[in-house]
Design a protein around this ligand. Sequence first.
Ligand SMILES: NC(=O)c1ccc[n+]([C@@H]2O[C@H](COP(=O)([O-])OP(=O)(O)OC[C@H]3O[C@@H](n4cnc5c(N)ncnc54)[C@H](O)[C@@H]3O)[C@@H](O)[C@H]2O)c1
Length: 254
Amino acid sequence: MARVQDKVAIVTGAAMGLGAAIALRLAEEGAKLMLGDIDADALETSAANAKAAGAEVETLVGDVTEEGPAAALIQGALDRFGQLDILVNNVGGSRNSKIWEMPVEDWDHTVKLNLRGTFLCTRAAVPHMMERKAGKIICLSSGAREGTPWTAYYQGGSAYSACKAGVHGFIRDVALELAEYNINVNAVGPGPIDTERAGATLRQMNETVEYSPNHMTPLGRLGQPKEVADAVLFLASDEASYISGHTLAVAGGR
Ligand SMILES: NC(=O)c1ccc[n+]([C@@H]2O[C@H](COP(=O)([O-])OP(=O)(O)OC[C@H]3O[C@@H](n4cnc5c(N)ncnc54)[C@H](O)[C@@H]3O)[C@@H](O)[C@H]2O)c1
């Protein structure tokens, strides 16, 4: 029996990076998928990979930091598959700069990207999960929730760290609110992961700077997207039925 056989899962930001890896891993373990992203072409590629792994897949192109597209993503899953079991709030990212020179627009952009979509998708998904008294919600936090030395030292990352600590606070509270409805709400906190977007910068840092990701990470290497996807899969499965309100570090020992 596959680990999420016939469960219906939504993954936001599923076109690239960790979202694509999470979608593929859930597909390999039997889930039916509703995948959302703003990048239509890359989303089709990700959907094709999930289909090749045996999944039924629906896609929706839209910005989940806005109310309409976030609600449409949830409704799209219900329309196509009739239920929703798993929501993965993966969309996030950062505009980095040192605190003394960060434009207010960059602060606002980062807060919106990491927190607003997570809030909007969760709000839209939970009435259905509450009715069925079942559901798993997994959000993408980060090791940055406690500060990231290499980012802080060389670029500045306070907006991103504040947001990812915010994701931890979000899942702590929502887990309490939804406990009586048998809905598990958790996060994963990845360390430096070798994705298409972040990988090049992380590898360059490993070659050029003293406080590098490899140097500051006990396991001494970058993580792979699949290693994060495996942790999300665990939290989405029945194996994690007594875990809620927890941020699982997938950060090479940091
Ligand atoms: N890569 C890492 O090292 C790392 C480490 C810790 C945490 N994270 C977190 O993991 C998550 C995924 O990271 P990633 O590195 O794969 O990111 P990424 O930038 O590579 O991919 C993000 C995906 O989301 C999509 N997207 C962006 N804005 C969107 C929006 N408003 N609506 C819908 N889709 C949107 C993009 O098109 C892209 O496909 C993020 O929350 C990130 O903060 C990543």
